[in-house]
Design a protein around this ligand. Structure first.
Ligand code: KG4
Ligand code: ZN
Length: 338
């Protein structure tokens, strides 16, 4: 049968991304990262949407060129409908609509959080796909959720954060340590050289499968303030151990709740997704559970963990197969029902 070619566009936060898929295979996956936000210590929405405006045409051009596919060969256009920053979403969604209209091909709206989970269904050598039902832990700068995934489009959130996302916990504590945004990857890097048991922090008490990270941030702030008063070079002298200990408590918080979710659902297949799943400590700890508890774990290829358009494309492909199309009246949504 003739292959399905999907052009996917992702612009929910600060990365402008486009990908081309041939069925469930990725032909190209292009991301323009915005470094402008580094000096502000976080994403500035107004600057993000302006940068998307500048980047979107070149990023799509490069994605098509790298894939060796012409616009006329495309079967459909998939785009991120939400959740995300409204100004950022508007750039991608307006562009996707116009392009689908001009080419007279179907338009497919995709939920960014579904995409982080379904990224596991991209055909990649050396990567297995989970079987339904499985548990997904989506950990990003905006979300922390445990999702029971029954099928491609039947998912239930069974646990989520009551305040900060785990990515925010990484980024905000990194900021306390004087590290630039986004601090998650830097904490990861320093943690690899440090002792995770050098300092101990307490876990928050949160009911059921929910999470809380804002207390941890405050705890770390006081810890740093107290120690820096005694020794002004405290951070500099102990950076690796501090980062390893922060990362360790975050991993423990996540693992406690996943264990609880496995116990409650009886499901032992765990897939992780979202930017924080790039964390080497989380990956290592999760892998260890395969021997420890007999779980099967799924860790996406690095380029499909942080925001990317390939994951939007794989959802687009499965929606295409089910004739699940949108139309020009579809609007971007900053918050979106799961
Ligand atoms: O999924 P993502 O790219 O964007 C959102 O949808 O939020 O996730 C970005 C988040 C940031 O908070 C960043 O610090 C975190 O993922 N992150 C990491 C690592 N790489 C990215 N956190 C810890 N360790 C990492 N290696
Ligand atoms: Zn994301």
């Amino acid at each position: 049968s003739t292959p399905i070619y999907i052009l996917a566009i992702e612009s929910s936060c600060d990365d402008t991304a486009a990908a081309v898929l041939e069925n469930n295979r990725v032909l190209s996956n292009v991301v323009a990262r915005q470094s402008i936000h580094e000096e502000y210590g976080g994403v500035v929405p107004e600057l993000a949407s302006r940068a998307h405006q500048q980047n979107i045409v070149p990023v799509i051009d490069v994605a098509l060129k790298k894939a060796g596919i012409s616009k006329e060969q495309l079967s459909a256009i998939a785009f991120t409908q939400g959740p995300g920053l409204m100004g950022s979403l508007l750039v991608g969604s307006s562009f996707a609509k116009s392009m689908a209209l001009a080419l007279n091909i179907p338009l497919i709206a995709v939920n960014h959080m579904h995409a982080h989970i379904l990224a596991h269904f991209i055909e990649e050598e050396g990567y297995d796909k989970p079987e339904f039902p499985f548990l997904a832990l989506t950990i990003s700068g905006g979300h922390t959720q445990i999702v029971k995934v029954n099928s491609f489009f039947d998912m239930e959130i069974i646990g989520e954060t009551t305040d900060d996302a785990v990515g925010e916990a990484f980024d905000k504590t990194a900021k306390i340590l004087g590290l630039p945004y986004p601090g998650g990857p830097l904490i990861d890097k320093f943690a690899q050289e440090g002792n995770p048991r050098a300092y101990s922090f307490t876990k928050p008490k949160v009911d059921g499968l929910n999470f809380s990270f804002s207390g941890l941030k405050t705890q770390i702030l006081y810890f740093i303030q107290k120690n820096s008063k005694e020794n002004p070079n405290f951070i500099e002298e102990n950076k690796n151990n501090i980062c390893a200990s922060i990362q360790n408590i975050i991993i423990q918080i996540l693992m406690d709740k996943i264990k609880m979710a496995v116990q409650e659902t009886g499901i032992k297949q765990i897939a992780i997704g979202g930017g924080v799943s790039a964390n080497s400590g989380i990956r290592k700890t999760l892998k260890e559970t395969e021997n420890q508890y007999g779980w099967k774990t799924f860790i996406p290829k690095f380029e499909y963990t942080t925001d990317n358009a390939a994951m939007i494309g794989i959802v687009g492909y499965h929606k295409y197969l089910e004739n699940h199309f949108s139309n020009a009246a579809t609007v971007a949504k900053a918050r979106i029902e799961f």
